[in-house]
Structure formats: C-alpha cells, structure tokens
Design a protein. Structure first.
Ligand SMILES: [Zn+2]
Length: 226
C-alpha cells in the first residue's frame, strides 16, 4: 500500500518528511526532485512513517473549539473530565472527581455561545492563577522580574519570551496539559530572561531549578491540539 502525502516544494536542499498532528504526511522537497524520486524516498522510509503515524494516533486529543455541552469530555490539567452543567446563581467551574462542573445561570442554559464563551473564559481564569503563582515563585528564587505576562491562543508554541521587553506570553490551551508540565513551561520562559536561546547553558539553568524537566517536557508531547 502506498502512503498518501501532501507535497510542498521549497528551496531547501533535502527531502523532508513530517507527520502533522492530524496524521497527515507532509513532504517538502526541492523543485528539481522528481515525483518518482520522492516516491522512492517515501517507500524507503515507509516503516518510519507508519510508526510515526501510529504514535500520533495514540496522542490525547485536545479539541480547541468544543461546543460546551453536558456530558462532553475535555482535558483539564492533563486529565480527561466530563463536563457537567449545573444551573446555579453564580457562574464558574470547579472539579468534582471526574467531572468538571460548570455553573451557569438558568437563563443561559440553552445559549450555546454563552456556554462556550464563559466556559473558556473560566478556564482562562484558572490558568492565569496557576501561571501567576509559578511565575512569582520562579522570579523570586531566580531574582528576576517581568513587565508583562499575557495569554494568547497559539497553535504551535506553549509560550514565548521577549527578554529585552521582559514580556512573557503563554498559550491559553496550557490549561488542558498536566500541571507539572505547565510549571515546566513557566520555568522555560522565565529562564529565557537569562539566556535568550536554547543553548546548553539555558537548559542548565532549568535543570538547576527542576531536575526532572525532561520528563515534564516530554509529557507535553503526549497531547495534540486539534
Ligand atoms: Zn524556548
């Protein structure tokens, strides 16, 4: 059986094969390389591609634009929870065993837009609390400071740091990942205030404060944003 792939032509020297989060095989190849040649490379790497695809399919899927409904499942701090909508006087979320309980005023119960907006808003609030606590903790022990911390929906990064502006940005979707991995992302971005690169020195700083950082970093890879 041949492998289906998406072909991208570029100016680079080599043929490059990547597997996207949804399992799509993307081949980027220089313009001068023929399709026959590309197919030969694919055939040679077939085993590796199949393996990478199956690994991808075992990932825990984080849906980023879920319609918030009773019984729907969602990852919260790395664990799959069932959404339970509770009519209430207040609005907010709390965890009860395997449920993520969403309190909503009666008049909004059938308003899907309201449910979506306010559920994600409540998640963002929870994440802000978590991030702020870790940020303050590491800034203190490392004797550093930042001017701003922001949250943004991002597809391919967990965070970014602009050391010159002392500005740190975190991915809003981090709330779906395990707490220990969120802590790693915080330390990672804070450490960029010392080293604005991914050098060995940079990772030495991280290791000093978090000896098991690799384990926490790898846990992020168990999930896939879709
Ligand atoms: Zn980095």
């Amino acid at each position: 059986m041949s492998i289906e792939y998406v072909l991208k032509r570029n100016a680079k020297k080599n043929i490059n094969i990547t597997i996207k989060d949804d399992g799509t095989v993307v081949v980027s190849a220089p313009k001068r390389v023929s399709i026959a040649e590309i197919n030969r490379v694919i055939e040679r790497k077939k085993e590796w591609i199949e393996k990478a695809k199956s690994k991808q399919s075992q990932k825990k899927i984080i849906h980023t634009d879920l319609d918030i409904r009773d019984g729907e499942k969602i990852y919260f701090l790395g664990e799959l929870k069932t959404i339970k909508i509770i009519p209430s006087k207040a609005t907010g979320i709390f965890i009860e065993n395997d449920d993520i309980c969403f309190e909503v005023k009666e008049k909004y119960l059938n308003n899907q837009d309201y449910l979506n907006t306010h559920f994600y808003y409540a998640l963002k609030e929870k994440l802000t609390l978590i991030l702020t606590e870790y940020m303050n903790m590491y800034l203190k022990v490392m004797n550093l400071d930042v001017n701003t911390m922001k949250l943004r929906n991002m597809r391919s990064r967990f965070g970014t740091c602009m050391p010159t502006k002392k500005e740190i940005l975190f991915n809003t979707y981090l709330i779906h990942y395990p707490l220990e991995s969120i802590e790693y992302v915080v330390l990672h971005e804070v450490s960029h205030l010392i080293h604005a690169n991914h050098s060995a020195k940079f990772y030495n700083v991280i290791a000093k404060y978090m000896p098991d950082w690799k384990f926490r970093k790898n846990k992020l890879k168990e999930y896939s944003l879709q």
